[in-house]
Write a protein that binds this ligand. Structure first.
Ligand SMILES: [Zn+2]
Length: 256
């Protein structure tokens, strides 16, 4: 009787159930996204991503790709980079007049459709210009109203619309980041630990390509990613893998 008691204790202590009490901590998932490419800065972003070997999403604007050969070259860099998931940020970026752009949802919808066609995008991930708007299956959020009808129309036709949990702000005058890498990491840690993100445990960070067009700012991007990696608390993932997003995607396998 006593012997079997010890056997039971032994089995409990080393069974998978016991292991459950000491799990390896689940890492928070970071979705690092870059808006408004291809443009100046895209080449640096692409280079950092290749060297750091992290998965990122880029939200592309077809009109910018057609502006210059250099921009088109940067588009090609993204297209050839296995760590980059290319997504739809509209063809015209609303010509930077968002209220006007969203006044006609059908035209705005067509603008996204044209962009997807022109840039040969192979997934249903979109981001509205100028709006932190989310439309995922059974979940939605809008920080502002103007893009709502456009977002609903896109979503009704299969688009998965991602806003952001955290934006790396930049100066409109100098196009340089306003927060330091350390300040950004503190914000990431805070939002994650207090579960202040659209989905707890997951954080979508929005940057802009042009923030990193100079070498000093490129180094800041290296620093941000390197320090996030060094925490051991996070891993980087594509938006197509965001929980319950149901992104329709003709997947290319990407090395971890
Ligand atoms: Zn944008």
């Amino acid at each position: 009787m006593r012997k079997s008691y010890f056997i039971i204790i032994f089995l409990l202590a080393f069974s998978p159930g016991a292991m459950y009490h000491n799990p390896v901590a689940e890492k928070g998932i970071i979705y690092l996204t870059f808006d408004d490419g291809p443009q100046q800065g895209s080449e640096n972003v692409n280079d950092v991503v290749l060297k750091e070997k992290i998965k990122v999403d880029v939200f592309l604007v077809g009109k910018y790709a057609l502006l210059s050969d250099a921009n088109m070259d940067n588009y090609e860099l993204y297209a050839e980079n296995p760590y980059v998931e290319r997504c739809n940020h509209s063809f015209t970026h609303g010509n930077m007049h968002y209220e006007l752009f969203y006044l006609n949802p059908l035209n705005a919808y067509d603008d996204f459709a044209l962009n997807g066609y022109m840039l040969q995008l192979n997934n249903t991930i979109c981001r509205l210009p100028g709006c932190n708007t989310w439309r995922l299956p059974q979940r939605s959020y809008s920080a502002t109203k103007p893009g709502n009808k456009t977002a609903n129309l896109l979503a009704a036709n299969g688009a998965r619309i991602f806003g952001w949990d955290l934006q790396w702000d930049y100066s409109p005058k100098t196009n340089t980041p306003l927060q330091t890498p350390d300040e950004m990491i503190a914000l990431v840690d805070s939002l994650m630990s207090y579960k202040r993100t659209f989905t707890p445990g997951h954080i979508v960070i929005s940057c802009n390509d042009q923030m990193f067009k100079h070498s000093a700012q490129k180094l800041q991007l290296f620093e941000f990613i390197g320090k996030l990696k060094a925490t051991g608390s996070y891993r980087f993932e594509h938006l197509s893998k965001y929980p319950n997003a149901g992104v329709i995607f003709e997947s290319r396998e990407v090395a971890d």
